[in-house]
Design a protein around this ligand. Structure first.
Ligand SMILES: *Cc1c(COP(=O)(O)O)cnc(C)c1O
Length: 340
């Protein structure tokens, strides 16, 4: 079949591809990987994912390089994080090797949907793990489904690699102090919809959440981690209610190797006025520089970009990470897996 996709106009949305890969956990063990061309799943109406939110997901990307080869970024980290999420909400853990095999299979089977080099677009990979067992009492399911589908995507934020404003609103939390904030579970996203929607209605790309216990420290930006640059230092919050971002982990390494100091520690709100650059980071957008943080409760603004341009350190980190992902620069870290 001919491709008629306009790669440069892709949004961060769902587009039907040819195949997805599934695997079922029954009778205490995972079965074989199955290939499906159906976009739907059949689920018992009493499945735990539907009632009690027993669901976790992942997000990663594949890129087509200048050399035509397909590269997937740090999928072992996504596999391990899905296992951590599974433990967090008592689901069966999906084996790392099987995860990698399923991802490679889904990418290969949908090769015609991988955007060409230089388009700025990529193939987004979405693995899911859901509780399938029929239960009414609140208990972990005894059956699970792992599924991975792919869809070509353009940049996550319409503004692209340009600074965008975020806001702070203390009336909302995305996760509880000792809750599920460190796991990539759908429930955290349901909890963030009201605040996220409110922010968007007011022209912000994201909410910068504060620590849910004291509201004194910075947590993260909805679906992306937060970092700031000051005095040649990469500063990112340590907290037990944020999701450990693989992009952030990668940027931390790149920053250190570029000669920046790295600080991962509680970051008090009172430091916001001292940063030279601020940004959010995650697989979807890589880095979104923050132009301005509006504290809507205190009626204060912190400005990080006045000219519509990203700060120099954000730009350097962004270019370096994207170059490794697409194969433009060597990958000394072993982050990239080439799919043959
Ligand atoms: C997925 C996610 C991120 C970003 O993680 P990456 O591994 O960099 O994509 C950040 N915060 C939350 C809440 C997330 O769910």
């Amino acid at each position: 079949m001919e491709n008629t996709i306009n790669w440069s106009e892709l949004s961060f949305g769902y587009m039907k591809t040819d195949y997805n890969v599934r695997c079922y956990y029954r009778n205490g063990r995972w079965g074989e990987l199955e290939v499906s061309s159906s976009e739907t799943v059949s689920i018992h109406m009493s499945a735990t994912c539907l009632h009690y939110g027993q669901e976790a997901f992942e997000g990663l990307k594949a890129f087509r390089g200048k050399d035509g080869r397909i590269r997937v970024f740090r999928m072992d980290e996504n596999a391990k994080r899905l296992q951590s999420s599974a433990r967090g909400i008592m689901m069966a853990e999906f084996p790392v090797e099987k995860f990698e095999e399923a991802v490679c299979k889904a990418v290969r089977l949908n090769e015609r949907f991988i955007p060409p080099y230089g388009s700025g677009a990529s193939l987004y990979i979405r693995p899911l793990l859901v509780g399938m067992g029929a239960l009414i009492g609140v208990r972990p399911a005894d059956e699970y489904m792992f599924l991975v589908f792919v869809t070509p995507v353009g940049p996550y934020f319409k503004t692209g690699f340009r600074p965008a404003p975020v806001c702070m609103m203390r009336a909302f939390d995305r996760a509880a102090p000792n809750g599920t904030g460190t796991y990539k579970v759908g429930g955290n996203y349901a909890a963030s919809l009201t605040a996220g929607n409110k922010a968007q209605e007011n022209g912000y790309v994201a909410v910068l959440y504060l620590d849910p216990k004291e509201k004194l420290y910075l947590d993260e930006c909805g679906p992306a981690n937060f970092f700031a640059i000051r005095n040649n230092t990469y500063i990112t919050p340590a907290s037990n209610s944020i999701l450990p971002s693989i992009t952030n982990k990668s940027l931390t390494q790149l920053a250190a190797d570029m000669g920046l100091k790295v600080e991962r520690r509680p970051v008090p709100v009172s430091e916001l006025g001292t940063f030279e650059e601020a940004a959010e980071c995650g697989t979807a957008a890589v880095i979104t520089p923050i132009s301005r943080i509006d504290d809507l409760d205190e009626n204060r603004s912190y400005i990080y970009s006045k000219d519509g341009k990203p700060g120099p350190t954000c730009e350097k980190l962004y270019n370096k990470l994207v170059a490794i992902q697409t194969g433009d620069e060597p990958d000394p870290y072993g982050w990239v897996k080439i799919i043959e």
